[in-house]
Design a protein around this ligand. Structure first.
Ligand code: ZN
Length: 300
């Protein structure tokens, strides 16, 4: 069966047509502009492939949010309040189904990536896994004994408030429009830009930003560790591509947990807090997983 997996991000939409992660037939990237423009381009790509003989049967949409992922909700598929212009109140799921003329399975981008990592990546064969993505925003999701935390809604791990020093609080109030210095307001690419005036890619390895970002993400990992005790924590997203950042997070995790353990797996922080096994494709393979799993379980 061939399906399309879609990673609908706030900056771009990535699409693949595939049978499995190892059998990707086509891929493309579309900039995220307005809902109508972006979704028309995505549906156009799918329609073109089908007209050329690639029999795509279903779509899996792993979307940025917040988005209503509860199929029983009256507002199913709607994007909630987002700083992305034009997207608040849009329903990319319905628009895509209509424009492509195919059934579409929806979940959040982070849930999608988590499920793909659990099926094929760094969380393979584990039933309790947390996934954090650090990009323009910070999203988090987890399974506990195979069930998604927050279902049928979704959790928002990135908006927990970390502890800070008084000195640091005086320097920067945080960039989250809702909470100021939540984890997203301190460690996302948006926060880095707001505080230092440069994108994460522009900062040198020894910049003062990295220990601060690492500590915020370590605190998020500690919170997840003590709240739900997953078997592994996976950290992905554009900001995590910085070499050495994950080592700093692991070191701070060890310091902050200070030997108080809830799982023996966490004794080895370098195997407990890890990069995605699927690399930069975790998001789009999340979309692939959603469509394939729905077909397997008879949802489409
Ligand atoms: Zn926040």
């Amino acid at each position: 069966m061939i399906v399309a997996g879609i990673d609908a991000g706030g900056t771009s939409w990535k699409l693949i047509a595939a049978k499995s992660p190892g059998d990707i037939l086509a891929r493309t990237t579309i900039p995220t502009t307005t809902p109508t423009e972006t979704i028309s381009a995505a549906a156009g790509w799918i329609r073109k492939l089908r007209s050329e003989g690639c029999p795509i049967e279903a779509l899996g949409l792993a979307s940025f949010g917040p988005i209503d992922r509860n199929p029983k909700s009256k507002t199913y598929g709607l994007i909630g309040a987002t700083p992305k212009p034009g997207w608040t109140g849009a329903n990319p799921h319905q628009m895509l189904e209509d424009a492509a003329g195919l059934p579409c399975i929806l979940d959040t981008d982070v849930n999608g990536a988590l499920l793909a990592e659990t099926m094929w990546g760094a969380g393979k064969d584990l039933s309790s896994v947390a996934y954090i993505t650090v990009g323009a925003g910070i999203g988090g999701a987890a399974t506990v004994a195979g069930n998604l935390v927050g279902a049928p809604e979704h959790a928002e791990f990135g908006h927990i408030k970390p502890a800070r020093t008084d000195d640091d609080r005086q320097v920067f109030a945080g960039s989250c429009p809702y909470h100021g210095d939540c984890i997203e307001g301190l460690a996302s690419a948006t926060a880095i830009n707001a505080r230092w005036g440069l994108s994460p890619e522009q900062l040198p390895d020894d910049h003062e930003a990295w220990p601060i970002v690492a500590d915020a993400l370590a605190q998020l990992s500690v919170s997840i560790f003590y709240l739900i005790a997953p078997q592994r924590i996976i950290l992905g997203g554009g900001v995590m591509k910085r070499a050495g950042l994950i080592d700093k997070i692991q070191a701070r995790f060890v310091e902050r947990t200070n030997g108080y353990r809830v799982r023996p797996e966490a004794d080895h922080a370098d195997a407990y807090i890890v990069a995605p096994g699927l690399g930069g494709d975790a998001g789009v393979l999340g979309g692939l997983y959603l469509a394939l799993n729905a077909a397997r379980t008879g949802q489409t």
